[in-house]
Design a protein around this ligand. Structure first.
Ligand SMILES: *Cc1c(COP(=O)(O)O)cnc(C)c1O
Length: 340
């Protein structure tokens, strides 16, 4: 038995891509597959996104871009969104990556997207320089597309004013939240990450935006036993039974990405919602059962209607951080593709 199994449903991913293309009304869709495709597997999700109509891939680093090339994605456009070190320019040129550039000097011999800081306050030119010959894009990034529409519109207006003099160059600012919620931001291309994976950029049920989760995560009960009143499970004795209590041990822990702050979150055991109890360990956690169940009983950590968004709320974080933290290496989990 594997400790846990991650299933990546590429059919759901393709439906999400088509949904995003629909709402983007003519803008190109660029698939953001940084951080190993938000934990889903960059190569697989890149391929499926392109099949469904995405026209470019976006990554955070030059190494992420060259890895996609090595994985066989030789043709598609790959845009590196993060800053590039001088030492990386050579491999970026060799791999025909396109680079977001937000400060001088603007490198030559490689296609660049000039990045204007319109209010994110992170990377980007404060004032847009004249685009050189090798500029193929003009871009900015929105700080509040999911939370403060007025500020996002201010950023967008600043961007439009700055790029008005260069109408021939592709303009792009929208992330998932903007592509779904701020029509005027779509411009020539939208850069969608989280929504591709069927996760909500608005911390709500992704179905509200017509999106379907792509990842599900399952394990099994590895041991079941009854605690007597006064007995406890796990480090620190943070769960002490008050009455005879059946406990199941699930062989997944924070070393797999089931974070320590997920104590008290729900999982699904044999079809019923049950509560994780006690301290999550590195390699296992406990779940409270209401009856004796056999070893091997299925446990769903994500899927069957149990959303990453629910875990994020319990952990006081966002869905992005939960999926990026899941360890899908074969040392920890078995990864299964559906619809490859
Ligand atoms: C990560 C990233 C995106 C994608 O954001 P989502 O909210 O996941 O859609 C878009 N643009 C830039 C510059 C990014 O860094």
């Amino acid at each position: 038995m594997h400790r846990s199994e991650l299933t990546i449903d590429l059919r759901a991913l393709r439906r999400n891509v088509r949904r995003l293309l629909d709402v983007s009304e003519g803008a190109e869709l660029w698939a953001v597959v940084k951080a190993d495709g938000y934990g889903h597997g960059a190569g697989d999700v890149a391929r499926a996104s392109l099949e469904a109509g995405a026209t470019a891939l976006c990554v955070a680093t030059v190494v992420e871009g060259t890895s996609l090339r090595s994985a066989g994605l030789r043709e598609p456009r790959i845009v590196v969104l993060g800053p590039t070190e001088d030492e990386e320019l050579r491999s970026a040129r060799e791999a025909r990556l396109e680079l977001a550039v937000g400060s001088s000097p603007i490198p030559s011999g490689v296609s660049v997207h000039l990045k204007l800081d319109t209010g994110m306050g992170r990377f980007g030119f404060q004032r847009l320089p004249d685009p050189p010959e090798n500029a193929v894009g003009l871009m900015s990034h929105l700080a509040t597309a999911d939370s403060d529409r007025a500020f996002a519109e201010e950023q967008l207006a600043g961007f439009r004013a700055a790029v008005a003099a260069y109408p021939g160059i592709t303009r792009h600012v929208a992330n998932s939240a903007a592509a779904l919620g701020l029509r005027a931001s779509r411009l020539d291309a939208v850069r969608c990450g989280v929504a591709l994976y069927g996760l909500s950029p608005f911390d709500r049920d992704p179905a509200a935006d017509g999106l379907e989760p792509v990842l599900s995560w399952r394990s099994r009960i590895a041991r079941a036993f009854q605690l007597q009143p006064g007995e406890s499970t796990g480090y620190g004795r943070r769960f002490v039974a008050e009455r005879p209590t059946w406990i199941g041990i699930v062989p997944v822990g924070y070393g797999d990405g089931f974070r320590r702050d997920l104590t008290e979150t729900d999982v699904i055991v044999a079809g019923c919602r049950r509560r994780a109890v006690g301290t999550v360990s590195m390699d296992s956690f406990a779940v409270e059962l209401d009856e004796e169940l056999p070893v091997g009983e299925p446990v769903t950590l994500v899927g069957e209607g149990l959303l990453v968004e629910e875990h994020a709320r319990v952990a006081g974080t966002i869905n992005y951080e939960i999926v990026c933290g899941i360890d899908s290496r074969p040392e920890r989990a078995q990864r299964r593709l559906v619809g490859a």
